[in-house]
Design a binder for this molecule. Structure first.
Ligand code: ZN
Length: 293
């Protein structure tokens, strides 16, 4: 943790240190605390790139990617109610027509990511993408949970290395197990004031209280890191803004639209970001191993 803090050089928030360097229990408490007393429970919307918008709550949200042939939505907030009161009004604010959502790319099979998908699937008929094992997470929930939060119907199955092309944009997917059995991470080509930039989106954020899944998370993290480096990634985005100071970055763009985009880290900045988070993940690997879990 000290190594991560030293590397972060006085700006821990933009590296997600207040979340990802904590123990799994502390990280959960941090999020719950932010929902109760901080920005977590508030609505945030903003334009991160020429063709990528964040719409959601402080603690979890959706990303909308605009292509020449419609929209791709990454995640869907917690439920239908949040789609109606947060996502759809947010899209309207930015002139994004929900009828143009052609694909919903879910990061993983947890309710804060797929919760709004059924309503969107029923209403606008987009394709919904998720990995097989994470479709199963949704499908194999106990009846009570499934009745309380109906999931989308299984549609497209994402495998590692798959690509999705819509109009002028091609996204590439990588399976990164650890947070869930087959979390889906993405390589998303965006534009920053006209310049093409590649960003990665790690599909899972929190680690669990055991060395097996934390080890998986660590391995997946390195797979994503290396593939991002190879592809020339220059930035990161996440459905959980706490992973990289995303809310602060959105605000910076609002305050100083002509300044350099804080979501663009550059190739060296991408390396630096991953180096810092790697130390936090190693800390949890050491903790869970030491605890004998
Ligand atoms: Zn999750």
């Amino acid at each position: 943790v000290r190594a991560a803090e030293a590397l972060a050089g006085g700006d821990p928030t933009r590296y997600g240190i207040p979340f990802i360097c904590k123990t799994p229990a502390q990280a959960r408490d941090f999020l719950l605390g932010s929902i109760k007393n901080g920005n977590g429970g508030k609505v945030f919307t903003g334009k991160a790139f020429d063709n990528l918008w964040y719409i959601g709550l402080g603690w979890v949200g959706a990303w909308v990617l605009k292509t020449s042939d419609g929209l791709i939505l990454f995640d869907t907030l917690n439920n239908t109610d949040e789609v109606k009161t947060i996502l759809l009004p947010g899209m309207k604010e930015f002139g994004l027509d929900p009828a143009q959502i052609k694909y919903i790319a879910l990061t993983h099979g947890h309710g804060d990511h797929f919760g709004g998908a059924k309503y969107l699937q029923d209403t606008y008929k987009p394709h919904v993408l998720l990995s097989d094992l994470d479709w199963q997470l949704i499908e194999k929930r106990p009846t009570e949970a499934a009745e309380k939060l109906p999931g989308p119907t299984r549609d497209m199955v994402v495998k590692g290395g798959d690509t999705l092309t819509l109009g002028d944009v091609t996204i590439r997917f990588l399976l990164t197990p650890g947070h869930t059995p087959a979390t889906v991470s993405s390589f998303i080509p965006v534009k920053d004031k006209g310049r093409p930039v590649l960003v990665t989106m790690a599909g899972g954020s929190a680690m669990w209280d055991d060395s097996r899944t934390t080890g998986q998370y660590h391995e997946s993290f390195h797979k994503l890191w290396a593939a991002g480096r190879e592809a020339g990634a220059e930035g990161v985005v996440s459905p959980h803004m706490v992973m990289n100071g995303g809310l602060e970055k959105l605000q910076q763009i609002k305050d100083h639209p002509d300044a350099p985009n804080p979501f663009v880290l550059g190739k060296d900045g991408y390396e630096q970001f991953m180096r810092v988070q790697d130390q936090c993940i190693l800390a949890n690997l050491a903790r869970t191993t030491a605890w004998g879990r």
